[in-house]
Design a protein around this ligand. Structure first.
Ligand code: GDP
Ligand code: MN
Length: 460
C-alpha cells in the first residue's frame, strides 16, 4: 500500500474523490481514499492494488496553489501578536546576522541559543537542521554548518531543500514536549483542535499507530472554540493545575490567530512546558487559505518563492494548478479529479506522469500557452498527454490554443489528445486542419496507451 497526497482545493476535494472512483471502477481497480485531518492541510489518499503509484511531491509544494506556506520565524511573529508565548529570537539571512543575534541573546542573559534552519518543511531536527549551542562560538559553528546546507527531512524528498535563512532563538529549559494543532476536518466540515502528549515527534506516526493519543475538540462554527473545550484539552494533556489557566489562554489565542488570519492549519510541535512552569510554542507552522489572501495583504507578502519549485512559481503566476513529478509524460488536464485519473491511467498503461496540471474549468488560450511552456521546460518530458472534458472550457477553444501554442513554441515532443464534451467535433477538426502531427485517442485508455508508446519511442 502506498500513500501520497494529492493537490487539493477545498472545493475540488469531492470532485477528485468522485472522479477517481468513477475511473477506478471503469478500470476494475480499487482505490481507497482516506481523508485524515491531522498533519497538513490537503487531501491524503491511499491507493491499493498492483498498479498503485505515489504522488511524490508532498509537503514542499504549494498543494496546487491552495495554501500559502510561511517560515517558522514568520509564524512565530504572527502568533506573538496574538499573545502566544514564543522564545525570544530573530531571523538571520547571513552568518554575520546569525552571530549578531546570538551575541545579543547571550548578552541579554540567555543560557544557550538554538540555531534553526528555516525551510518550508518539518522534521528539521532529525535532519540536522536544529542545533542547541551553549556558547557564542558554538552557535557560530552551527550557523556556518546549517546555512546553505541541503537539508533532507522526511518532508523534503531525497533532494532536500537548501537552507537560506536561520532562526536564532533563546533556548528553553524543556520539561515536557506536547503537540497542538488546528485544522479543518473535511469529514465534518468543522475545525478541530487537536492536542497530544506525544509532542516533538512525527504526529502522522502517532495518528497511525496510537490514534487514541490525540485528543480532539470539534469546533462549532456558530459558537467558536469554548473555554470549556480548551480546559478539557489542557487536562487531557496532563498539565499541572498551575498551568491550566495559562494553557486555556494559550489555546484560545491560537484559535483567534487561526480565525483572524484565515489560516488553513496551525501546528505547534512541540508545545512545551518549562521547568519553571511556563508554556511556549517552540515550533510553529501556519498555512493560509489562498482564497482568503486577498484580504490579508501583509500575509500574502510573507510568501518566500525561494522555497518553491521554480516551475510551480511560474505556474502560479497564471493561476495554473501545477505540481512537478518525476515521470516523463506531461499532462494537461482540466479539473483536479480528471488530472488525478489521468496520472492514474498513465501509470496503468505503463508510463509515469511528469506532473499534475489542472488548467481549470475556464482556461484561456494564454493560459494554455503558458502551461505548454511550463511543461516543456521540464527536461524529463518525452510526450504530452492532453486530456480534456470540455464544459466551460469548450473543446474548440482548447484546440485553437493547443495549435497556437504548438506553433509558437515549436513543440517537438509528441502530443496525444483525448477530447470529449462541448464542441468536440469542431475541436477535432481544428486539430486535423492544423496540419500538425497530433495523435487523438478515441478513449482515455487508448490515448494513454498511445502516449506511453510515444514517450517510449522518444526515450529509446
Ligand atoms: P522540526 O524538527 O522541523 O519539527 O523542528 P522543531 O522546531 O520542532 O525542533 C525539533 C526538536 O529540537 C524539538 O522537538 C526539540 O526537542 C528540539 N529543540 C528545539 N528548540 C529547542 C530549544 O530551545 N531547546 C532545546 N533543548 N531543544 C530544542
Ligand atoms: Mn516541530
Amino acid at each position: 500500500m502506498v500513500t501520497g497526497r494529492a493537490p487539493a482545493r477545498t472545493s475540488s476535494a469531492h470532485c477528485e474523490k468522485d472522479a477517481g472512483r468513477r475511473f477506478a471502477a471503469a478500470l476494475g481497480r480499487k482505490i481507497v481514499f482516506q481523508y485524515r485531518c491531522y498533519g497538513f492541510a490537503g487531501l491524503r489518499f491511499t491507493q491499493s492494488g498492483a498498479e498503485s503509484f505515489k504522488i511524490q511531491r508532498t509537503c514542499n509544494s504549494r498543494l496546487g496553489g491552495s495554501t500559502l506556506k510561511i517560515h517558522e520565524y514568520q509564524a512565530k511573529e504572527i502568533l506573538a501578536k496574538y499573545g502566544v508565548a514564543v522564545p525570544r529570537g530573530e531571523m538571520a539571512n547571513t552568518l554575520e546576522e546569525a552571530n549578531d543575534v546570538a551575541r545579543k541573546l547571550f548578552a541579554e542573559g540567555a543560557s544557550g541559543v538554538v540555531v534553526k534552519a528555516q525551510i518550508h518543511a518539518g522534521g528539521r531536527g532529525k535532519g540536522g537542521g536544529v542545533k542547541v549551542a551553549k556558547t557564542r562560538e558554538e552557535a557560530e559553528q552551527y550557523a556556518k554548518n546549517i546555512l546553505g546546507m541541503q537539508l533532507v527531512t522526511h518532508q523534503t524528498g531525497p533532494a532536500g531543500q537548501k537552507v537560506q535563512r536561520l532562526l536564532v532563538e533563546e533556548t528553553a529549559a524543556i520539561d515536557r514536549e506536547l503537540y497542538l494543532g488546528i485544522v479543518l476536518d473535511r469529514a465534518t466540515g468543522k475545525l478541530v483542535f487537536m492536542a497530544s502528549q506525544a509532542g516533538g515527534m512525527e504526529i502522522e506516526e502517532v495518528a497511525a499507530k496510537t490514534p487514541e493519543a490525540i485528543f480532539k475538540e470539534t469546533i462549532d462554527p456558530a459558537i467558536g472554540f469554548g473555554a470549556w473545550q480548551a480546559r478539557k484539552l489542557a487536562f487531557a494533556l496532563g498539565l499541572k493545575p498551575t498551568q491550566i489557566n495559562a494553557a486555556v489562554t494559550f489555546f484560545q489565542s491560537l484559535y483567534k490567530a487561526f480565525m483572524d488570519t484565515d489560516a488553513s492549519l496551525i501546528e505547534i510541535n512541540p508545545f512545551i512546558t518549562t521547568k519553571d512552569d511556563k508554556l511556549f510554542a517552540l515550533d510553529a507552522k501556519i498555512t493560509f487559505d489562498d482564497n482568503a489572501l486577498f484580504r490579508h495583504a501583509a500575509i500574502k507578502a510573507l510568501r518566500d518563492t525561494a522555497e518553491e519549485d521554480p516551475l510551480e512559481v511560474e505556474a502560479s503566476k497564471y493561476a495554473l494548478n501545477y505540481i512537478k513529478l518525476d515521470g516523463s509524460i506531461a499532462c494537461m488536464v482540466n479539473g483536479a479529479g480528471l488530472a488525478m485519473a489521468t496520472m492514474d491511467i498513465i501509470q496503468y498503461a505503463g508510463g509515469s506522469p511528469a506532473n499534475f496540471l489542472d488548467v481549470g474549468g475556464g482556461a484561456t488560450q494564454e493560459q494554455i500557452e503558458h502551461a505548454f511552456e511550463i511543461l516543456l521546460s521540464d527536461a524529463n518530458v518525452k510526450a504530452i498527454f492532453i486530456n480534456i472534458f470540455g464544459g466551460i472550457l469548450r473543446v474548440d477553444r482548447l484546440a485553437t490554443g493547443v495549435v497556437a501554442a504548438a506553433r509558437n513554441l515549436n513543440v517537438k515532443v509528441p502530443i496525444v489528445l483525448r477530447l470529449e464534451g462541448t464542441n468536440v467535433e469542431e475541436g477535432r477538426q481544428i486539430l486535423k486542419d492544423s496540419g500538425l502531427d497530433f495523435q487523438v485517442g478515441a478513449t482515455m485508455e487508448e490515448a494513454a496507451n498511445l502516449v506511453v508508446k510515444a514517450a517510449a519511442k522518444v526515450g529509446a
